[in-house]
Design a protein around this ligand. Structure first.
Ligand code: AMP
Ligand code: MG
Length: 404
């Protein structure tokens, strides 16, 4: 039985890097950037007004007061997209709108609300203005030539906005991993079907497809495979033909009809991980077949989710060259005692709540690793260390935040 860290190290050492491809920015969300994105200009590209008001020379206002307001000559206008062409001289001000370039010669902006504007072409200020006020200086957000987004970054909406600002209409990203998804089990029927006696509906396909897509994968649905040796071999072989990664659920425990490992061996795959000191999810299988990889995840719906997040998700991300592989972890106080599973490290579904600034996590009531209904409400996993039979109420526990 491997420790989680050791299993993960073996997996990550055996993941091929996918080829790269060019796509347009409009298709980029969720993709992995493969080259550094460099800025082609300063941002903002000019000193920019942050308020609607007047651009002026701060020194002109130094002696302004309520009893002795100062007057400046209104000499023109700068609007977003339209610069004021001349250089401001002493005693002058330019009406300016948010987002407009601050005219040469001006060094501050005062907001319209505190200015008295007369209709004879003068404005009045009753307070001094600090130099630099309400100006976003050129280049404060980015400098031309700097790396703005590093290779290996996943493109989120906020990253896409940065790429757009620096002219990246097209991008070099990773190919998406093609994942063949197979559910094993003679008891499984399709979602459209009313299960007969001893049958259940296949649910893992839907959780796994969603999780894998969220990790950047393209899913090839390969259906349900009965617990039959020849059928299992054939389905895995077909998956290896079509996909970069074959992901199976079920058929990896010790039952007489758990045929995934024997089938992998029959096909000449190298089984590198077959038991991990974790709960749930102990029978997680990882194998390699040439450049293709195979995950045999346990069949129980909660086990499959835990195993996916700990092992398959980082593998999918690494295939795309993504640098940040792991789900965020944090600490929270448990609101009830939590059972462990020595000598395995346990992962209990929980729900995080910030209570008056204190991070608290409530273990969900669940009947075991088949309880997909309880798991639906989990937003994190509570980690119970391998040596602990339980965590006491109030104890600080490590949690893994689930993202999908
Ligand atoms: P196994 O790992 O094949 O022994 O399956 C463990 C448990 O998970 C059994 O109760 C199975 O019926 C259940 N199970 C296996 N595959 C699925 C699936 N695709 N959807 C829902 N439950 C499943
Ligand atoms: Mg089974």
């Amino acid at each position: 039985m491997l420790r989680i860290e050791d299993a993960l190290a073996i997996i990550l050492a055996n993941i091929p890097l996918l080829a790269q491809t060019d796509i347009s920015l409009t298709e980029a969300i969720g993709r992995a950037l493969r080259v550094d994105a460099v800025s082609d200009l300063d941002l903002p590209p000019f000193d920019r007004a942050r308020m609607d008001g007047y651009a002026l020379k701060a020194a002109d206002t130094a002696y302004a007061s309520e009893t002795q307001p100062i007057r400046l000559r209104d000499v023109g206008e700068a609007a977003a997209g339209f610069a004021f062409a001349e250089t401001l001289a002493g005693g002058q001000a330019v009406r300016i709108m948010t987002g407009a370039p601050v005219p040469a010669g001006a060094d501050a902006v005062q907001q319209i609300e505190v200015i008295q504007v007369s209709n004879d072409g003068w404005i009045e200020l009753q307070k001094p203005v600090q130099p630099g006020q309400f100006i976003t200086p050129r280049g404060i957000e980015a400098r031309a030539g700097d790396v703005m987004v590093n290779a290996g970054t996943r493109i989120t909406p906020a990253v896409a906005a940065v790429l757009a600002s620096f002219g990246y209409a097209r991008l070099t990203v990773s190919q998406r991993p093609a994942v063949a998804l197979l559910s094993t089990g003679s008891e499984l029927v399709a979602v459209e079907t009313t299960p007969g006696p001893a049958q259940i509906r296949n649910s893992n396909t839907y959780s796994l497809a969603g999780y894998a897509q969220a990790a950047g994968a393209e899913i090839i649905h390969s259906g349900i495979v009965p617990d039959d040796f020849a059928a299992t071999c054939e389905a895995i072989a077909a998956g290896l033909q079509r996909a970069d990664l074959v992901m199976l659920s079920g058929g990896v425990s010790m039952g007489d009809y758990d045929l995934v490992k024997p089938a992998l061996k029959e096909l000449g795959a190298e089984v590198l991980v077959e038991k991990v000191a974790m709960h749930p999810g102990k029978p997680t299988v990882f194998a390699k077949h040439g450049e293709k990889i195979i995950f045999g995840l346990p069949g129980n719906p909660v086990s499959v989710a835990v195993s996916f997040h700990l092992f398959a998700r980082p593998a999918l991300l690494q295939m795309q060259g993504i640098k940040e592989l792991h789900l965020p972890r944090a600490y929270a106080h448990v609101t009830k005692s939590v059972k462990g599973a020595p000598p395995r490290r346990s992962h209990q579904p929980g729900r995080l709540n910030i209570n008056n600034g204190r991070a608290e996590v409530t273990p969900l009531k669940w009947s075991g690793s088949s309880d997909l209904v309880a798991f639906m409400n989990a937003d994190c996993l509570i980690v119970v260390p391998e040596e602990r039979a339980n965590l006491a109420k109030g104890e600080l526990a490590e949690i893994i935040l689930l993202r999908d």
